[in-house]
Write a protein that binds this ligand. Structure first.
Ligand code: DHB
Length: 391
């Protein structure tokens, strides 16, 4: 079997890449170890940058994001019991959209399948071969048990943080930049009305909390916890006590309701460099992971494949590798901006187990500066709504 671009992984990066390539008449096959049902049901973050939404709409897969998602023109930073609004529309001239990642994936999968794309869900034993040759191979076992060798011109490794692609780059050729955080996020989905029109990022003595939303009837909330915490050990009452103790105050209280989903999310920062090795190009979480604060993960994956799709279009139409050579350095610039932003938001808002009274006062000073200075608030607004895509 052969294709022009073999894509490992049907997450945001892989599906969007396949979608963009199809618009340029470039053939791709996606090999994915998970089942379609699992991909479409896995709860992830829900914030789309303005540029991501614009791209979805312009390429014909944004209709539901616009009609079922919600536009947000600001967020609140809450500390010392008071909320402070960051006005995105005024400061950055841009907005974000609340629309869950798995819904974006549903839209992309439906569009790709409707165009006759070949997506191999439920693949096993995926491995990459000959990636430094001009005919690299994705070897895997198909869902029905048939061994397949997919010969490609180029392989895009879009298989997320635990995929095989990046490990195909020999250790001697690779640098792994890694940081683990000494906390995780306890995330819940709740049947309750909205407590706030806009997202609330809270700094408190008991730790960070985030109040987000899915629909007028379903809310998404998170609070900082021990990374080893077992979500099932917590009663609903204990969860509400913890959230209210961090967020409530000054006449504000969260609307409570039935908790119907819960889990603990690890927090880490990671970058693999280079993003290209021979004919293998990494994109999305396969190349980098950010902690969730600020919701950059999906948006960064989309930004990568915008650059990659253009490079591949140039390669297939002219034979020149100039843009493919530039892919890593070009994409990496935004990756490190987003790494800094995600680390910064995380550090500014979370309680660190070994933090001193000095560290806490410094955090509060920083939050005060960011919310009261136009320069500080503008930086946050521009980073949060997303720097313009390199299109
Ligand atoms: C959500 C997740 C995030 O990481 C974030 O910063 C904001 C919102 C969410 O799941 O809604």
């Amino acid at each position: 079997m052969r294709t022009q671009v073999g894509i490992v992984g049907a997450g945001p990066a892989g599906l969007m890449l396949s979608h963009l390539l199809a618009a340029h008449g470039i053939d791709s096959v996606i090999v994915e170890t998970r089942e379609r049902s699992e991909i479409e049901a896995t709860i992830r973050a829900g914030v789309l940058e303005q540029g991501t939404v614009d791209l979805l709409v312009e390429t014909g897969v944004g209709a539901r994001a616009i009609t079922e998602g919600a536009k947000h023109d600001g967020v609140q930073l809450r500390f010392q019991g008071e909320g402070h609004r960051i006005d995105f529309a005024k400061l950055a001239g841009r907005s974000v959209w609340l629309y869950p990642q798995h819904e974006v994936l549903k839209d992309l999968i439906a569009a790709r399948l409707e165009q006759g794309a070949d997506i191999r869900f439920g693949a096993r034993d995926v491995s990459l071969r000959d990636v430094t040759s001009d005919a690299p191979v994705i070897a895997f076992t198909d869902a029905d048990g048939t061994p397949v060798e997919l010969r490609c011109d180029v392989i895009a490794g879009c298989d997320g943080s635990s995929g095989v692609s990046k490990w195909t780059i020999p250790e001697s050729e690779r640098t792994d930049y890694f940081r683990a955080y000494p906390f995780g996020w306890f995330g819940i989905l709740v049947e309750a009305p909205r407590s706030s029109e806009e997202l609330i990022y809270t700094h408190s003595e008991r730790g960070f909390a985030l109040i987000s939303t899915r629909t007028p009837q379903v809310q998404r909330m998170y609070f900082q916890c021990d990374p080893e915490e077992n979500a099932d050990d917590w009663s609903d009452d204990r969860i509400w006590d913890e959230l209210q103790s961090r967020v409530a105050g000054g006449g504000f209280r969260l609307a409570e309701g039935r908790i119907f989903d819960r889990g603990v999310i690890p927090m880490r920062s990671y970058v693999c460099e280079p993003m290209r090795y021979g004919r293998l190009l990494l994109a999305g979480d396969a190349a980098h992971t950010v902690p969730p604060t600020g919701a950059k993960g999906l948006n960064l994956a989309i930004a990568d494949v915008v650059v990659l799709a253009r490079a591949l279009d140039s390669f297939f139409s002219t034979g020149s590798t100039e843009l493919l050579d530039a892919y890593g350095p070009t994409a990496s610039r935004r990756v490190w901006w987003a790494q800094h932003f995600s680390w910064w938001m995380t550090s500014m808002l979370h309680t660190h187990p070994d933090s001193t009274p000095f560290d806490v006062r410094r955090q509060l000073g920083e939050l005060d500066l960011v919310t009261s200075s136009t320069a500080g608030a503008t930086h946050l607004a521009q980073a949060y709504t997303g720097w313009p895509l390199d299109r």
